[in-house]
Design a protein around this ligand. Structure first.
Ligand code: IMP
Length: 191
């Protein structure tokens, strides 16, 4: 079975590839000749995931899935949430985003946060969504060099390290995207 993963983020491809069974061949957007930016203009994480999967299905005809992720911080009423990528501006820079979040939380005691991933899957003309959540807290400084995005300032519940200090296998086993992908794989295996 061939399935397109509708992302240009090579870190995400690496994470998801490690979780997908061998009988599913993962194609990238480059593999199908999709070089344009896929619109992400919805105001919910779920809406953006569905928008991206619908776009690839409508324009390229492939069965596909897309993910959208946001970091929801309790004391900021769920921000940056769906706006996580451009939290500190349109340049979508991870360091700028982390610095802004650390500054916003400077005087806050409650540092609870969660990552939320929604995967939207288009297969056999059916649309399904899967949600994965990982709870944790925002640290007071950046540590670690693994992963991407907000990983250096997110410490999952029950762990002393940030995501950026962990091997990918551990991040995948407890993380938001890993949880959503497990549901996706279970669904595909039942088909
Ligand atoms: P998107 O799903 O690519 O739209 O991601 C939204 C924002 O969340 C971007 O700034 C990503 O870098 C960040 N992000 C997505 N997944 C992760 C993750 O697993 N760890 C840390 N940051 C992430």
């Amino acid at each position: 079975m061939q399935l397109v993963f509708a992302t240009n983020n090579t870190n995400k491809v690496k994470e998801v590839q490690a979780l997908i069974p061998e009988h599913i061949t993962l194609l990238s957007l480059k593999d199908i000749g999709c070089l344009e930016d896929i619109p992400e203009t919805q105001d919910t994480i779920e809406g953006n995931a569905i928008q991206k999967a619908n776009y690839v299905k409508a324009h390229y005809g492939y069965d596909c899935f897309a993910d959208d992720t946001g970091l929801e911080v309790e004391s900021l009423n769920g921000a940056p949430g769906v706006y996580s990528a451009r939290y500190a501006g349109e340049q979508k820079d991870a360091t700028d985003n982390m610095n802004k979040l650390l500054a916003e939380l400077d005087n806050k005691n409650n540092r609870k946060a969660q990552f939320k991933t929604v995967i939207a899957l288009h297969v056999n003309n059916e649309l399904q969504t899967f949600t994965g959540i990982c709870e944790g807290e925002i640290t007071t400084s950046k540590t670690g060099a693994e992963g991407f995005g907000y990983d250096p300032i997110f410490k999952p519940q029950g762990y002393a390290e940030t995501f950026a200090e962990m091997p990918l296998s551990i991040k995948n086993s407890i993380g938001h995207r890993g949880k959503a992908v497990s549901q996706l794989v279970a669904f595909l295996n039942k088909k």
